[in-house]
Write a protein that binds this ligand. Structure first.
Ligand SMILES: Cc1cc2nc3c(=O)[nH]c(=O)nc-3n(C[C@H](O)[C@H](O)[C@H](O)COP(=O)(O)O)c2cc1C
Ligand code: SF4
Length: 598
C-alpha cells in the first residue's frame, strides 16, 4: 500500500476552521472536505477538529463510523462505488462490478495494494432510470456497460485525472417523460415572492391552506399547517430546510427538480422564510448528488444578483434570507427530518424523540420547517398561480399533481408528472411496461403490488407515495427484490433502537436462508413475527417500514417462498451437514496427501 501524505492534515483542518469559524455544526462539512482531500480522515485532522470546534475526538470518530462516505482508513485514489439498488442489479450491475474488480485486480471494498483504486458497492445512487450507475470519487457515472467498465479500468490504470475523463461518462439525463402543471414551467422570476409581498403573510398562508398542498416527502402533512405552527412558535430564530436527501431506493425526481427547476425550489424556500421570518435556510443535498452542487451554487448566485436572495429581498427592508448547501455523506436515515437536523448540526444522523416536532424545535432547537424539494417547488407555484389553479387537479384529499420516478422493466423509464388519482395501470401503460409481475410503489419502504391491485390509485386516500415506482416483469425472481431490500435496511438501520437494529438483521438472515434453500415453514412464521414487532415498536419510520417488502410478499406472493422451502419443520440456520462435508473433504485431501487412511 502506498502511504497517503497526511502530514499537512492538521493544518488543512485548521484552515477549514479558520474559514468557517469555530462552529461545531460545520463538523460534517469539514469531514467531507478532509475525506475528499486525503481519501480518509487522518488522526491529525481529528485532533485539530476536536480542539478547534470544542467537540471530543470520540464524537468525531463516531461520526466517521456512522456515515458511509467517511473512512478511518485510506481508500483508493479512485474510489468507485457501484449502486447496489435492485434496478441496477436488474440491469446487470453485479456482473459489471465483478468484471471491474477482476480487470483492476481488486478485492471488493479493499484498496488495491498500490493504493490506486477501491471498488465497492453503495446504496441506491438515484440514477435508476439510467443505470447501472456508479460514483467515481463522488461523481455519478451512468449507463454502465462492458465497454464503459473497460474504459474506466484503462483511465484508472493510466492515472488519468478525473477532470480529464471523457465528459460523456458523467452525462446525467433528466428523462422527463410526462409534464403537467408543475413541470410545464422552469422559472417564475420571483412571481411567488411578489405575490407574498403584495398580499402579506396571512393571506399567503391562507392561499397555501386553500390549495390543500400536502408534503411530498411521504408523510403528507399539510404544508400550510406546518408553516403556521413554525411561525407561531416564538423564538430568536427560525429556519427553513429543504430535504434533498432523496435516499429512498428507486427515487430520483428531486435530482431532476434540482437540476432543471432549482430556481423554483429556492423560491419556495424563500417564501417559507418570508412567512416564518427566517433569515437562514439550508439545502440538505445527499452526497450522491455532488454533481449538482456547482449548478445549484450558480442558481443561488443568480438569485442573489436578481435581488431574490440576500439582504432586502425585492427591495423590502428587513426581508433578509440566504441559503447554504449542506452535503450529506451516505446515510439513508438522514432523510428522516429529525435525523437530518442532527446531521445538519454536524452530528451522527440519529433520529430524535418526537414530539417536539422540528416545526416547534428543530435546528439548534429553534423552530424549523423541513420540507421536501417537490413540496417547496409546488408552494412557489401555488403562490404565483393561486390555490384554485392547483386545487383543480387531483382528488379530494390529494390536491395537485405528483412526480413519479419510474424505473425497472419498462420501455421509457424517467420522470412522470400525474394528477393525483392516476391508476397504477395507467402509469404502466404510459411507461411501456408489459407482462408485469409486481410494482414496488414508494421504494423499499413502500408497498409491493400484485397485478390484482393495478387499478388502485396513487393518492393519499389509497396509495401514498414519495414517488418511487419500480416495475418488475415476469422474468424476475421477486425474492431478489426482497433480499435486496432486507440487506438495504440491515445496512441503513442507525442502530439506536433494538427492534430495528436487531430485527432488520434477523430478517436479512432469514431472507438469506430462504434464498439459499435452507429455510423451513417455521422461518416464514418467524419473519412475520419479527416484522410485526418492528412495525409496532421501532423508534422511527425506517424501522416501521423496513419489513414491508417481506410482509407484503409473504401475503401476496407466497409461492416465491414456498418453492424454496426445504421442509415444513424447523431448519437450523447453521448447515451442520454442509460444514462437516467440507471438513471431511479437506481432511480427506490432507490424508490422501500424507498417505493416511480414513
Ligand atoms: C427513513 C426515512 C427517510 C426519509 N427520507 C426522506 C427524503 O429523502 N426526502 C424527504 O423529503 N422526506 C424523507 N422522509 C420524510 C421526512 O421525515 C419528512 O416527513 C419530510 O421531509 C417532510 O417534508 P414534506 O412535508 O414536504 O413531505 C424520510 C422519512 C424516513 C422515516
Ligand atoms: S428505527 Fe432504526 S433507524 Fe430508526 S432509530 Fe431505530 S434503529 Fe435507528
Amino acid at each position: 500500500m502506498v502511504a497517503h501524505r497526511t502530514d499537512d492534515a492538521a493544518d488543512f483542518a485548521t484552515s477549514l476552521i479558520r474559514a468557517a469559524g469555530p462552529d461545531p455544526s460545520r463538523l460534517l462539512q469539514h469531514l467531507i472536505a478532509i475525506q475528499r482531500r486525503y481519501s480518509f480522515i487522518p488522526p491529525g485532522a481529528v485532533g485539530r477538529l476536536a480542539l478547534g470546534l470544542d467537540v471530543t475526538p470520540v464524537q468525531i470518530t463516531a461520526a466517521v463510523e456512522f456515515y458511509a462516505f467517511l473512512h478511518a482508513e485510506p481508500r483508493g485514489d479512485y474510489d468507485i462505488l457501484f449502486s447496489n439498488n435492485i434496478t441496477d442489479h436488474m440491469q446487470g450491475s453485479l456482473t459489471l462490478f465483478e468484471a471491474l474488480c477482476v480487470r483492476l485486480g481488486v478485492v471488493p471494498g479493499t484498496p488495491r495494494l498500490d493504493g490506486r483504486v477501491t471498488v465497492d458497492l453503495t446504496s441506491c445512487t438515484g440514477m435508476c432510470d439510467q443505470g447501472p450507475a456508479a460514483l467515481v470519487n463522488g461523481l455519478a457515472v451512468t449507463r454502465l456497460n462492458r465497454a464503459r467498465v473497460d474504459q474506466i479500468a484503462d483511465l484508472v490504470e493510466a492515472r488519468t485525472p478525473l477532470g480529464d475523463w471523457p465528459q460523456e461518462l458523467f452525462a446525467v439525463a433528466d428523462s422527463i417523460r410526462r409534464t403537467d402543471i408543475l413541470l410545464s414551467r422552469r422559472e417564475t422570476h420571483g412571481a411567488g415572492l411578489r405575490a407574498l409581498l403584495d398580499r402579506g403573510v396571512d393571506a399567503a398562508l391562507a392561499e397555501l391552506e386553500r390549495s390543500g398542498l400536502r408534503g411530498r416527502g411521504g408523510a403528507g402533512f399539510s404544508t400550510a399547517a406546518k408553516w403556521r405552527l413554525c411561525r407561531d412558535t416564538p423564538a430568536d430564530a427560525h429556519y427553513v430546510v429543504c430535504n434533498a436527501d432523496e435516499g429512498e431506493p428507486g427515487t430520483f425526481k428531486d435530482r431532476v427538480l434540482l437540476n432543471a427547476y432549482a430556481d423554483q425550489v429556492f423560491e419556495g424556500m424563500t417564501l417559507c422564510a418570508g412567512v416564518l421570518g427566517a433569515s437562514q435556510g439550508y439545502l440538505y443535498l445527499r452526497g450522491e448528488y455532488l454533481t449538482l452542487r456547482p449548478r445549484l451554487e450558480a442558481v443561488l448566485e443568480r438569485r442573489r444578483q436578481a435581488g431574490l436572495l440576500g439582504q432586502g429581498i425585492l427591495g423590502r427592508v428587513g426581508f433578509d434570507f440566504d441559503i447554504e448547501i449542506h452535503l450529506g455523506a451516505g446515510a439513508y436515515v438522514c432523510g428522516e427530518e429529525s435525523a437530518l437536523i442532527e446531521s445538519l448540526e454536524g452530528k451522527r444522523g440519529v433520529t430524535r424523540k418526537r414530539p417536539p416536532f422540528p416545526a416547534a424545535s428543530g435546528y439548534l432547537e429553534r423552530p424549523t420547517v423541513v420540507d421536501n424539494v417537490e413540496t417547496l417547488l409546488a408552494s412557489a407555484r401555488i403562490l404565483a398561480e393561486g390555490a384554485e389553479w392547483f386545487r383543480e387537479m387531483g382528488t379530494s384529499q390529494s390536491a395537485g399533481t405528483k412526480l413519479l420516478s419510474v424505473s425497472g422493466d419498462c420501455r421509457a423509464p424517467g420522470i412522470y408528472e400525474y394528477p393525483y388519482g392516476v391508476s397504477v395501470r395507467q402509469v404502466l401503460d404510459d411507461c411501456g411496461a408489459t407482462e408485469v409481475q409486481a410494482v414496488q410503489v414508494s421504494g423499499a419502504a413502500g408497498v409491493t403490488l400484485a397485478p390484482g391491485e393495478f387499478d388502485r390509485v396513487l393518492a393519499f386516500e389509497d396509495l401514498p407515495t414519495s414517488g418511487s415506482f419500480m416495475v418488475l416483469d415476469h422474468r424476475r425472481d421477486l425474492l431478489d427484490l426482497v433480499q435486496n431490500f432486507s440487506h438495504f435496511f440491515a445496512h441503513e438501520s442507525c442502530g439506536f433502537c433494538t427492534p430495528c437494529r436487531v430485527g432488520s438483521r434477523l430478517l436479512r438472515n432469514l431472507v438469506d436462508k430462504v434464498c439459499a434453500g435452507r429455510a423451513g415453514r417455521y422461518d416464514l412464521a418467524e419473519m412475520r413475527q419479527i416484522g410485526g414487532v418492528m412495525r409496532a415498536t421501532s423508534h422511527c419510520g425506517l424501522g416501521h417500514t423496513a419489513p414491508n417488502a417481506v410482509l407484503d410478499t409473504l401475503t401476496k406472493f407466497p409461492e416465491i417462498y414456498e418453492r424454496r422451502l426445504r421442509s415444513d419443520d424447523f431448519e437450523p440456520a447453521f448447515d451442520l451437514e454442509g460444514a462437516l462435508a467440507e471438513a471431511r473433504q479437506l481432511r480427506g485431501g490432507e490424508q490422501q496427501a500424507s498417505g493416511d487412511r480414513l
